[in-house]
Design a binder for this molecule. Structure first.
Ligand code: NAP
Ligand code: GLV
Ligand code: GLV
Length: 343
């Protein structure tokens, strides 16, 4: 708090969680930085109070940056999100108010695509279930050693992978699919004819993709259009032996419908890195299924990627400080409302 007086001339920046010390140090050359150093996110009231006091915010996807907060943040000029997804931020409202919003695209594509593949394979080959089988003594108790029918899963080669949202992460997951000898089909808002040819993949309407794919992997952002995109009706269209994987946002799937699908055996299994409510309640019915692998939203969680994300947050904030358009600006139209910088 005392440092605020010391660096009075620098714009104030509140970052809602500890980033890497070298990145904070770089930011301190330009900003009077305050970091929320607890493991839990700041409560909304704290966030609102801070937003009213600062010129810049560094946010996480757990921070609700709604219009109420933005309207009261009279000095706020930029929100630099430490994530590629920004469904926690009211972009339209920020743009109207001339507040810049940046995110961290690209630098986390590889990590998230790799995690998607790990999750997909974990479900296909029952990795978590098999680990429990060994660890908790069931294998020992049965004294079978090797058995022809023990823990059988499904093979990927020759199967069809259906990508929903062929963006940065979706297309990388598609490439992995090709490397595994899978047929790859995709659905997106727009057809990507260039990628179809380059990657040897095919476009399908969503319902056709769901009918055809053995593995469905979700990579669309959460928007009004994608909320509960995968609902009961669509889950019913999937193959009985199919697996659904979600590393995008929990609310793209209607979780109640997914529980019903699993309970009634409409599909083989699911791999979920993201959930409608995070943290997921351990008593949630989805936790009862052995054929579901659950992760705590760790798509981008590698040392390399998290550091690159922090660097990109800093690059955006520093560019803005210098009066430049931040490299990964989300609301590009905001430049017509206000010039970048604090002048
Ligand atoms: P991206 O490059 O923007 O890809 C998203 C794709 O979905 C784009 O091709 C986009 O098309 C398409 N799309 C948007 N709305 C659609 C709709 N209504 N119907 C069909 N397709 C639609 O984003 P990305 O970098 O791959 O990231 C994708 C998402 O993954 C993020 O938004 C984030 O929520 C999530 N994510 C999760 C983790 C994790 O930790 N699990 C990590 C990183 C990202 P247009 O470009 O034409 O809009
Ligand atoms: C993580 O979920 C992100 O959107 O970066
Ligand atoms: C399995 O371990 C095999 O040798 O086939």
């Amino acid at each position: 708090m005392v440092t605020w007086c010391k660096f009075k001339m620098k714009p104030k920046l509140f970052i809602t969680r500890e980033l890497f010390p070298d990145v904070i140090k770089k930011l301190e050359e330009y900003y009077d930085v305050e970091v929320w150093d607890r493991y839990q996110p700041p409560p909304y009231e704290v966030l609102l109070q801070k937003a009213k006091e600062v010129d810049a915010l560094g946010t996480l996807l757990t921070d609700k940056i709604d219009c109420n907060l933005l309207q009261q943040a009279k000095r706020l000029r930029i929100v630099a999100q430490y994530a590629v997804g920004y469904d926690n931020i009211d972009i339209e409202c920020a743009t109207r108010l001339g507040i810049y919003v940046t995110n961290t695209p690209g630098v986390l594509t590889e990590a998230t695509a790799e995690l998607t593949w790990a999750l997909l394979m974990a479900v296909a080959r029952r990795i978590v279930e098999a680990d429990h089988f060994v660890r908790w003594g069931e294998w020992w108790r049965l004294q079978t050693g090797w058995h022809p029918k023990m823990m059988l899963g499904v093979e990927l080669q020759g199967k069809t992978l259906g990508i929903i949202g062929l963006g940065r992460i979706g297309s990388r997951v598609a490439e992995f699919g090709k490397a595994f000898g899978m047929k790859v089909i995709y659905y997106d808002k727009f057809r990507r004819k260039d990628l179809e040819e380059k990657m040897g993949i095919e476009y399908r309407e969503l319902d056709d993709l769901l009918k055809e794919a053995d593995i469905v992997s979700i990579h669309v952002p959460l928007t009004k259009e994608t909320y509960h995109l995968i609902n009961e009706e669509r889950l019913k269209k999937m193959k009985k032996g199919a697996i659904i994987v979600n590393t995008a946002r929990g609310a793209v799937i209607d979780t109640d419908a997914l529980v019903k699908a699993l309970r009634e055996g409409w599909i083989r299994g699911a791999g979920l890195d993201v959930h409608e409510q995070e943290p997921l309640d351990p008593n949630h019915p989805i936790t009862a299924f052995k054929n579901v692998v659950l992760l705590p939203h760790i798509g981008s969680a590698t040392y390399e990627t998290r550091h690159r994300m922090a660097e990109l947050v800093a690059e955006n904030l520093i560019a803005f400080y210098k009066g430049e358009i931040p490299p990964t600006l989300v609301n590009k139209e905001v430049v017509n409302i206000r010039k970048p910088g604090f002048k």
